[in-house]
Design a protein around this ligand. Structure first.
Ligand SMILES: Nc1nc2c(ncn2[C@@H]2O[C@H](COP(=O)(O)OP(=O)(O)O)[C@@H](O)[C@H]2O)c(=O)[nH]1
Ligand SMILES: [Mg+2]
Length: 358
C-alpha cells in the first residue's frame, strides 16, 4: 500500500464549528476531485462503498441519503427489505450528485471466510457494479476478479462506509470478527471505515459507539433510517445525513490532497484481495488436512484402545486359567497328601498288628 494512502484522517472534533446545513448542501453539490489541492490525479467519482452484515440497514441508509438529498417523500429506491432481514443480492449504484455515487454492496449474515473474500473484493471495487453478486470462493473468486478487470474503474475513489445496527449486541466472537473486518478494510484501503449506526433509538447507542471507537473508528455517525414504518421526514435525520455526507466529502478531499496514483492503488488492492483469498484457501486446506490428521489419529487411538482392551481381556483370561490350574494342582496335591497319609497310616497299622501277632 502506498505511503500516501496511509495518511491518517484529521480527527472529527465535536466542538468544531459546523457551517449551516444549506452550506453543507452546497459543499456536497459542488464537490469535484478537480477542485482538490493537486487536481483530480485521475479520480472522477467518489464511491461511497456501503457494506456490512445483512439486515443492518444498508439499503435503508442509501434510501435515507437519497430522500434527504432529493428532499423528497419516502421512496424505496433500493428495494430495501420491508420486513426484518435484508434482500439485496445485486451490487447496485445510486447517484447522489454528479460526482458522488452510493454503492449498495451485498451483505451476508455471518462473514464466513469465503464470504469475507467476496466482501473485500466488492469493497476494493474489483467487482463490476450493477450486477448480481453470486457468492463464490477460492480460485473461482480469483477468476471472477480477473474477468471483471475491463469492467472496473480505477478512477472511482473509495470511501468505505460500514453500516451496523445498534439493535444488535455482538458476542465476543462477533466482536473479534468485526475487528478483523475493519482491520482488513483499513489495510486494503489505507483508511478506517466510516461507521454508520442504524436503529439509533433502540437505546444501546453509547455502547455501540464506544465499541467502534475501541475498534479504532474515528468517524462514527448514527441515525434512525427512513423506512416504510418511519416515513415522516425529521430535521434530526436530515441533519445527520447532511453532516455524514459533508464529512465523507471533506475526508475524501483531504485524502486526495496528497499525491496518489489510482491505477497503482487499484493494482495494490487487487494483489491484497488475491493474497487474502489465497491465504484463506491455504488456511482452509491446512484446516482440512489437520482435520483429516486428527480423524486418523482418533481412529488410530481407537484401534490401539481396542487392542489394549483385547490384551487386557486375554491377560485376565490367562490369569484366571493360571489360577484355576494352581487351584486344581493344589486340590490334587491335597488329595495325594491325604492318600499318602492314609497309606502310611495303613502300613503303620499293618506293622503294629504283625508285631502283636509275633
Ligand atoms: N427501526 C429501524 N428499522 C430499520 C432501520 N434501518 C433499517 N431498518 C429495517 O431493517 C430491515 C433491514 O433493512 P435493509 O436496509 O434491507 O438491510 P440491509 O440488508 O443491510 O440492506 C428493514 O425491515 C428495514 O425497514 C433503522 O434505522 N431503524
Ligand atoms: Mg440491502
Amino acid at each position: 500500500m502506498s505511503g500516501n494512502l496511509r495518511k491518517v484522517r484529521p480527527p472529527v472534533l465535536n466542538s468544531k464549528p459546523q457551517p449551516p446545513m444549506t452550506d453543507h448542501r452546497q459543499f456536497i453539490r459542488n464537490f469535484s476531485f478537480h477542485n482538490c489541492k493537486l487536481g483530480n490525479q485521475g479520480f472522477q467519482r467518489l464511491l461511497l462503498q456501503v457494506f456490512g452484515y445483512l439486515g443492518h440497514g444498508k439499503s435503508s441508509f442509501i434510501n435515507t441519503c437519497k430522500i434527504v438529498w432529493d428532499n423528497s417523500a419516502y421512496n424505496n429506491y433500493t428495494k430495501a427489505s420491508t420486513s426484518h432481514g435484508g434482500a439485496t443480492t445485486d451490487r447496485r449504484t445510486y447517484q447522489l450528485t454528479e460526482n458522488i455515487i452510493l454503492v449498495d454492496n451485498r451483505g451476508c449474515a455471518a462473514m464466513k471466510s469465503h464470504e469475507k473474500g467476496e466482501i473485500f473484493a466488492q469493497l476494493a471495487n474489483l467487482m463490476p457494479l450493477n450486477m448480481k453478486v453470486d457468492w463464490c470462493q477460492g480460485f473461482k473468486l480469483a477468476d471472477r476478479i480477473v474477468e471483471a478487470e475491463p469492467l472496473v474503474q480505477p478512477s472511482d475513489f473509495i470511501s468505505p462506509i460500514f453500516v451496523y445496527s445498534v439493535g444488535h449486541s455482538p458476542n465476543p466472537e462477533e466482536k473479534q470478527e468485526l475487528k478483523e473486518i475493519l482491520k482488513t478494510c483499513r489495510e486494503m484501503t489505507g483508511v478506517e471505515a466510516i461507521i454508520v449506526l442504524t436503529h439509533k433509538s433502540t437505546g444501546k447507542l453509547e455502547k455501540a459507539e464506544a465499541m467502534f471507537r475501541d475498534l479504532g473508528a474515528t468517524h462514527v455517525f448514527s441515525l434512525e433510517n427512513y423506512t416504510p414504518k418511519n416515513q415522516s421526514t425529521s430535521t434530526e435525520v436530515d441533519n445527520s445525513v447532511l453532516k455524514f455526507l459533508y464529512e465523507v466529502v471533506q475526508d475524501s478531499i483531504f485524502r486526495v490532497g496528497h499525491s496518489r496514483d489510482p491505477q497503482k492503488e487499484m493494482t495494490e488492492r487487487k494483489i491484497f484481495v488475491l493474497n487474502y483469498i489465497h491465504n484463506k484457501e491455504l488456511e482452509a486446506h491446512i484446516q482440512k488436512l489437520e482435520g483429516q490428521k486428527a480423524a486418523e489419529n482418533a481412529q488410530m487411538e481407537r484401534a490401539i484402545k481396542v487392542k489394549k482392551e483385547e490384551a487386557e481381556r486375554q491377560k485376565q483370561k490367562d490369569q484366571k486359567e493360571h489360577e484355576e490350574k494352581i487351584r486344581q494342582l493344589e486340590e490334587e496335591f491335597q488329595r495325594q497328601r491325604l492318600r499318602d497319609q492314609y497309606e502310611y497310616e495303613q502300613r503303620l497299622k499293618d506293622i503294629q498288628q504283625r508285631g502283636k501277632r509275633k
